[in-house]
Design a protein around this ligand. Structure first.
Ligand code: PEP
Length: 249
């Protein structure tokens, strides 16, 4: 049975005090969730939030890590450093990292390997932009993203991968994929995983949907057999909204 999950991605929001306050609210509210709960925070929050959430079912994720192990890379944060904060996950391949920080398939492949080598679980994001969807190329795009950065992994490494299908045209836009679009794509992604790693591994792979998923549309999206939960941006910044999404899973 694969893990159902709701993960938050705070992006570059909340200063340290605000982040600690939100994590404190969530800790109070999330006692016995019916799915795995992860919150992705900026680097500077990780140690405080991980410490605060010790003993809570909520796990902590970084939103990125370096593509180098260590050394003279001013301003970068390594996977080992992330793990040393108590964070257990790392979000990689987010479309904002791909678009604004030019993270290509090769860079992401390195990041994934380093995250896994340092004991982090990876939430790996894939998804097409609007023009690709309009041209009917969405399947091709996600296939290339998987082949370029994660299908090199062994089945053992794959056990620490969660996928997040995030159509870029739906992220932060208020435009959500329809439940049918989400299901079609998730089933296709699962079929690609099956071809690469076999039916059992595919069946055990958690595939999240992300893109303007909120407390109003979450239940309908999560009702699809291949949608195992959500990666939530904007709505993860408000405890009640995030809680409502967790409860919809
Ligand atoms: C995200 O950042 O991964 C995301 C899905 O954002 P939003 O929920 O705000 O669309």
């Amino acid at each position: 049975m694969r893990t159902k999950m709701v993960a938050g991605n705070w992006k570059m929001n909340k200063n340290l005090q605000e982040g600690v306050a939100l994590a404190t609210e969530l800790k109070e509210a999330v006692k016995n969730p019916s799915c795995a709960v992860v919150i992705g925070t900026p680097f500077i929050h990780l140690a405080s939030v991980a410490e605060l959430l010790k003993g809570s079912p909520i796990k902590v994720a970084a939103e990125n890590c370096a593509d180098k192990e260590k050394g003279a890379y001013t301003g970068e944060v390594s996977a080992e450093m992330v793990r040393s904060t108590g964070a257990e996950y790392c979000i990689l391949g987010h479309s904002e990292r791909r678009a604004y920080y030019h993270e290509d398939a090769a860079i992401l492949k390195e990041k994934v390997l380093l995250a896994l080598a340092n004991g982090l679980k990876v939430i790996f994001c894939i998804g097409e932009v609007k023009e690709e969807r309009e041209a009917g190329k969405q399947n091709e795009v996600v296939k290339e993203q998987l082949e370029g950065s994660v299908f090199n992994l062994t089945a053992e490494q794959w056990a620490n991968i969660t996928l997040a299908y995030e159509p870029v045209w739906a992220i932060g836009t208020g435009l959500t994929a329809t439940p049918q679009q989400a299901q079609e794509m998730h089933a296709y992604i699962r079929s690609l995983v099956a071809k690469q790693y076999g039916e059992q591994v595919a069946d055990d792979t958690t595939i999240l949907y992300g893109g303007s998923c909120n407390e109003k549309n979450a239940a309908e999206l999560f009702a699809n057999p291949d949608v195992d939960g959500g990666l939530i941006g904007g709505a993860s910044l408000v405890a009640e909204k995030f809680m409502a999404i967790i409860n919809a899973r």
